[in-house]
Design a protein around this ligand. Structure first.
Ligand code: AMP
Length: 114
């Protein structure tokens, strides 16, 4: 069996984290190095390495990640805006190869991102 990803080790509790949301499809926890007052990672329970590894059967799962992000944003009181980001690949800044949706809010966010 393949080694567990960092985020699977967080999911199992092997690595401590601040998990704030869970459902059958995904879980979410606060980023250890927050880039905004709210910075949460929404992670599918299925360990897909990058967006390039998505297959047709993952379409609904990706939708579930955004629905979770919307719920978390409401719970966090991000009423005046927030951003969701997937980094795909090393050049885009992906460092953990288990896809995750960044949810950022609580401050004005610049555009374009760096
Ligand atoms: P990315 O660079 O898009 O792959 O995002 C990976 C994110 O995981 C980064 O924002 C890291 O700060 C975050 N991260 C890495 N290790 C942990 C951890 N143990 N707990 C919470 N967040 C983490």
């Amino acid at each position: 069996m393949a080694d567990k990803t960092l985020f699977q080790r967080i999911e199992s509790g092997e690595i401590p984290s601040d998990i704030i949301y869970e459902d059958e499809h995904c879980f979410a926890f606060r980023d250890i190095n927050p880039q905004a007052p709210t910075h949460v990672l929404v992670v599918p329970r299925k360990p897909i390495a990058t967006l390039n590894d998505l297959v047709d059967e993952d379409a609904a799962l990706v939708g579930q990640l955004f629905l979770a992000a919307k719920q978390i944003a409401a719970d966090e009181g991000l009423d005046d805006g927030y951003r969701t980001v997937f980094n795909c690949g090393e050049k885009a800044g992906q460092t953990v190869f288990h896809i995750h949706l960044h949810l950022l809010g609580g401050r004005r966010l610049g555009w374009p991102p760096g």
